[in-house]
Design a protein around this ligand. Sequence first.
Ligand SMILES: Cc1ncc(COP(=O)(O)O)c(C=O)c1O
Length: 440
Amino acid sequence: MDASVDQNKTNKNFSLRKSEEAFNAAKNLMPGGVNSPVRAFTSVGGQPIVIDSVKGSRMWDIDGNEYIDYVGSWGPAIIGHADDEVLAALGETMKKGTSFGAPCMLENVLAEMVISAVPSIEMVRFVNSGTEACMGVLRLARAFTGKHKIIKFEGCYHGHADALLVKAGSGVATLGLPDSPGVPKAATSDTLTAQFNDISSIESLFESHKGDIAAVILEPVVGNSGFIVPKPDFLNSIRKITKQNSTLLIFDEVMTGFRLSYGGAQEYFGVTPDLTTLGKIIGGGLPVGAYGGRRDIMEMVAPQGPMYQAGTLSGNPLAMAAGIQTLKRIKKAGTYEYLHEITGELVRGIVEAGRRAGHAMCGGHINGMFGFFFTEGPVYNFADAKKSDAAKFGRFYWGMLEEGVYFAPSQFEAGFTSLAHTSQVIKMTIAAAERVLRRI
Ligand SMILES: Cc1ncc(COP(=O)(O)O)c(C=O)c1O
């Protein structure tokens, strides 16, 4: 579908001509015109907008359209885009070079910040992406326990490593691929899948694979099937069953880390896993991932131990500097209370406007992470999320884009607010949603 043709347009000045031209050129140069699938707008129809610049809560496309942004580069931009202090720190660091491939002081600083913030982390290894972090942590869990099977949850995404590309939520679901060709059967034969928020589905896997399960990995709050929170005792029950079976519990906090609270979901819910993966916010907008956890487990990692994992650019000074500056800012008192307040106002405003306009809608948030669905709800797992009206979401999506609001171009993605989103910005968004929800 051409973005300029059939998107129920009302804003006569809204033109995406340059974006369309640029994206058409991109399609000949890169698969699907993008370097990460969800960006291609497959699930909302039309073509993506091509971004020129970002600042604070805003972004501008190459046609000059301005948007309030609720994607935040998929999570890192918790203090707002292109923050002046982060840019200054990057400028200072860059004067000394961009990569050393050798130890630097900034690694110590960020490692200390992460260790003191995240309850489960006693030692940490920095990598370059969330995918790498999840791939490394899985190898570590298997090396430490000597067992091979892992349990993941339907609709949870842990990056695109072979073993984890099973029932993996957003990107894969958006494209309608239940799995990916090219993943060898052998790579996923030890991956078992359970239902989020259904403890009996995990119990039966432990029953039928007694003594074989190295680790359970999950997003403690799911962001890759839309936004789904755990039922009150779900995380505690998994903690209990993993302990009973000498299985490691891994929280993938690539999205929730430093997002739900300074200590992540594990601090927010008071459940401490054995290992944790991080990404997004700890790189302040530069490519970073990390995994960490109990010292006795982390000491297995090379060169201290035999579990091999390495990276040319891991711990590079620019990513460390952006991460340090970002964490310094969100550590200040009031960060999460502020995010809670504005995000609650946003979600309530949208869902109530939707219901007033006669749509079945539900939604939720924890501090600066949120989501809403075009279904009555409640949404406890991926199967529930799939009941959301995808066609209606597509119409809502394009209506909001024309109104100058940029949400994630898939209903199976969480949204994010930042410290740069003012109360006025939230009110503008709700007013735009009211207009759009009345006409779709
Ligand atoms: C929970 C979770 N884990 C892992 C990843 C993979 O991270 P990356 O895209 O940095 O490889 C993501 C990406 O969105 C994620 O949301």
